[in-house]
Design a protein around this ligand. Sequence first.
Ligand code: S3P
Length: 441
Amino acid sequence: MRRVEPVARLAGHLAVPGDKSISHRSVLLGALCDGETHVTGFGRSADSEATIGVVRALGVEVYEHGDDTLRVFGRGLRGLRPAAGPLDCANSGTLMRLVTGILAGQEGRFELTGDSSLSSRPMERVASPLRQMGARIETTDGHAPIRIDGGPLEPIAYRLPVASAQVKSAILLAGLFARGGETTVVEPAPTRDHTERMLQAAGARVERREESVSVWPAERLHLGPVEIPGDFSSAAPFVVAATLVPGSELHLHGVNLNPRRAGLLAILERMGARITVYNRREIGGEPGGDLEVRSAELVATRVGPGEVPLAIDELPLFALAASCARGDSVLRGAEELRTKETDRIEATVDALRAIGQHARATVDGFRIRGVPTRPRGGSVEARGDHRIAMLGAVAGVASGDGVTVDDPDCVAVSFPGFFDLLAQLEETSRRTDSWGREDVL
Ligand code: S3P
């Protein structure tokens, strides 16, 4: 249990750990490269550590230097070794789905397992297109454990039934091993493109279009140095907190602002948030920059299917912002939220109600009646879901009476230092005046 008390204002400068999606990919692609991949800014978390564990079990040497630097010694495109036992993907859907695509093309038998949350998430969405490529894959009633009998693959053109970067990535990675031509994935709506970017950087032939992407089989890959920008999904709780707590002025440095990731910014700006991007620059092959966030009074908005993949992991935070905005907000086309670490539609609505806000679940999203005052506060059940625990904490700083989060430790899945960083920020905020100067008295 952790109690998060209201704060008077949030002010200061922060940097968040490296992007989780890109951290996974740096290790997985690094494992397939020839030679050393030198990763800086690695976002260490339970999820990304599971990825290191899996590639080590497949015979890849990974050296860790400090918290955020890795050296991955790849075994080449076809060099992964069958492990002695099952490969444990812990809580990570990204790891399980991406590595399924990779292992489909490796010689040998592999078994993938996960924790109880991961074992309840749908896996046929990757197994089915990979089977169409000739892979021999069995799921357990559509779920993990997954058994893969890897071997030669053939190219396909596949239209994704759901907009999912994980499924797209699994097929593209398998496409590296597909003999005889290009593998194409058509998306119903654009999703995050970190795999495509990194494959290109590693020397693979990739062709990108607005609604589809193709990859050609590769002979060899080489990444060399990989710099990982700050995770927008870890910055987002602070962006929403500073927006909601009056008198705040917060700077977040070195954040990944890839438009396919940072959709929450456009949503918040539409709601009247005061967010400025400055020092725009490329960070590790991704569009990045620094953010200045000032508190603002928000108005309601509608979010539809096209915008959902661009803000998928931030939709619980959107719900909180909407509950403090003037007017009724609606989210539609987000049934995917029901297949995340928890059913995030129900978990979000229940969390908001538990702190006195007005929210109702719909089949594919939620409706929220916003009241532009501080939420009352109360107790939030995270249900073991890191994003819901962080939602509870942000609600706490913005609340009138404080919020208790039942399972704060689950934030370690993506952001182990979250509560420490929040506590540091509260401390500096108390000591700085409204010009951002340290109060020396
Ligand atoms: C991810 C893609 C998203 C996202 C997840 C990370 C990725 O999942 O929710 O946290 O790294 O590719 P889907 O692509 O399945 O929606």
